[in-house]
Design a protein around this ligand. Structure first.
Ligand code: KIV
Ligand code: NA
Length: 268
């Protein structure tokens, strides 16, 4: 999958084949998800999910590069995009280019994602025109949690809805090949998907989008924080807990390891 191929999924405002996207942070998870996904995002949500940080704000470029490289190693089919962390792209288009090119060189990823609307449009244009495929991200933008005041759904009022639509338009006009729209009211998501020509990948943004993305750990029931928009497709936390319980009891009762897991001379 390439950025132009993903962009081409949306023709004349509609997408016949919805885009399937999930997050991945590790090589093994990438391998397991790759075949089913069009897009694997190395999200800066790894701050909370992998590192136990309180938000995505403290996530560093080095963290994104380490995980981005691991995911690229585990993927052969899906497009791998890496999130640019807070502070690595907002200062100027030139600084953004320096950091994005580092991410691309050191991970082998095929695209980057950055948050923001109108204000980021010149940067999106600068990057897109210099060989860096950009995915935008508007609506609820977690890196702006301190400005937004929380993680609540966006676009409730008329003014806010208009602003988010114009953000999406600015980013699309600037050359992004897809846009993640997160945590917005259904009516606004529908409008964005209809009016913006590039694929709109929703998370908490209704079924009207051109594709969907979820945080894999949420979807698998591995992470306890679950917003309304998450559907749990499994409960791996419970399964892992049970496996650990069985292991612990077998170690304590000395039933593990048994003969099967023990090295002995041949024929004994
Ligand atoms: O960081 C992330 O996982 C994301 C997706 C939820 C879109 O940005
Ligand atoms: Na993110």
């Amino acid at each position: 999958m390439t950025a132009p191929a993903l962009r081409a999924r949306k023709v004349d405002g509609t997408t016949e084949q919805p885009i399937v996207a999930l997050t991945a942070y590790t090589m093994r998870m990438a391998q397991l998800l790759d075949e089913q996904c069009d897009l694997l995002l190395v999200g800066d949500s790894l701050g909370q999910v992998i590192y136990g940080l309180p938000s995505t704000i403290p996530v560093t470029l080095d963290m994104m590069i380490a995980h981005g490289a691991a995911v690229v190693r585990g993927s052969w089919h899906a497009l791998v995009a890496v999130d640019m962390p807070f502070g690595s792209y907002e200062g100027s288009p030139e600084e953004a280019f320096a950091n994005c090119s580092r991410v691309m060189k050191e991970t082998g990823c095929a695209a980057i994602k950055l948050e923001g609307g109108d204000a980021m449009a010149p940067t999106v244009r600068f990057l897109s025109e210099r060989g860096i495929p950009v995915i935008g991200h508007v609506g609820l933008t977690p890196q702006a949690v301190n400005s937004l005041g929380g993680y609540g759904a966006r676009g409730r009022g008329d003014a806010e809805a208009k602003k988010i639509l114009s953000d999406a338009r600015a980013i699309a006009d600037a050359g992004s090949f897809a846009i993640v729209v997160e945590g917005v009211m259904e009516e606004l998501a529908t409008r964005i998907a209809r009016e913006i020509p590039v694929p709109i990948i929703g998370i908490g943004a209704s079924a009207d989008c051109d594709g969907q993305i979820l945080v894999t750990d949420d979807m698998l029931g591995l992470f306890e924080r679950t917003p309304r928009f998450v559907k749990r497709y499994d409960n791996l936390a419970e399964q892992i807990g049970k496996a650990a319980e069985t292991y612990a009891s077998e170690v304590r009762s000395r039933t593990f390891p048994s003969a099967n897991q023990t090295y002995r001379p041949k024929g004994s």
